[in-house]
Design a protein around this ligand. Structure first.
Ligand SMILES: C[S@@+](CC[C@H](N)C(=O)[O-])C[C@H]1O[C@@H](n2cnc3c(N)ncnc32)[C@H](O)[C@@H]1O
Length: 212
């Protein structure tokens, strides 16, 4: 394994598969909550698949779903393609930028949409576009699942989270942790009322939402 050129903490093997320690750390906890709630069959979209190591696990754990991975970044897309060889139910990755107007318009309806560790890295406007586009693409009985760190009543839940949120804001004032109330409002605006908030390790949350 060698370090990936643009992100030293990400390793890359000879098959071109990147591995991020954070993605390896949280996947079991995510699958433990996602698997019992996910539809047994249908179409699943992963937004911001990153290295692709998680979609390989999702596709193996939920074999009745046909998985569509995606990302904005060309190098990640290559790694996702390499990881896709792990399971037969993973499509070639799509280039998707959730900050773009109409990003979800070309997509077929999805029965499950999963996003891990994206919302805090993008602006409020991009996060709103992500949530609205995902809600639009969700099939009538579909499930939306967002995992990541969030503020509660405007506050971070640990010193580490407060520092990370502040660092993100310092680098780009439009980014940073989103508040649970803000996400709830955006979901409600998009027709996804009464989301379920699931406590996860390291103060993270998994947010599940359905239409109606
Ligand atoms: C912290 S990584 C998370 C990757 C993966 N979900 C995981 O948890 O390992 C954030 C990912 O979001 C992608 N990303 C950033 N901005 C994006 C955007 N506007 N639209 C789609 N993906 C984006 C990045 O390329 C990166 O792969």
């Amino acid at each position: 394994m060698e370090a990936s050129p643009d992100t030293p903490h990400i390793a890359m093997d000879t098959a071109g598969r990147m591995t991020a320690p954070s993605a390896a750390r949280n996947i079991d906890a995510i699958l433990a909550e996602l698997t019992p709630r996910a539809p047994v069959k249908g179409a699943a979209l992963e937004i911001a698949s990153g290295t692709g190591q998680q979609v390989a696990r999702f596709a193996t754990a939920l074999p009745g779903l046909h998985w569509q991975p995606s990302d904005i970044d060309t190098e990640r897309l290559r790694s996702i393609t390499a990881w896709s060889a792990e399971a037969p139910n993973i499509a070639a990755p799509l280039t998707l930028n959730v900050a773009t107007d109409g990003w979800s318009d070309p997509l077929d309806p999805m029965d499950l949409i999963v996003t891990v560790n994206l919302l805090h890295l993008i602006s409020d406007a991009a996060a709103e576009s992500c949530l609205a586009g995902a809600a639009k693409t969700l099939s009538p009985r579909g499930l939306l699942a967002f995992y990541g760190p969030f503020l509660r009543n405007g506050l971070a839940t640990s010193d580490g989270d407060a520092h990370f949120h502040a660092a993100l804001r310092a680098a780009n004032p439009e980014t940073g942790y989103k508040d649970v109330a803000w996400v709830t409002e955006r979901l409600s605006d998009a027709g996804l009322a009464t989301p379920e908030f699931c406590a996860m390790p390291s103060n993270n949350l998994m947010i599940f939402a359905r239409k109606g």
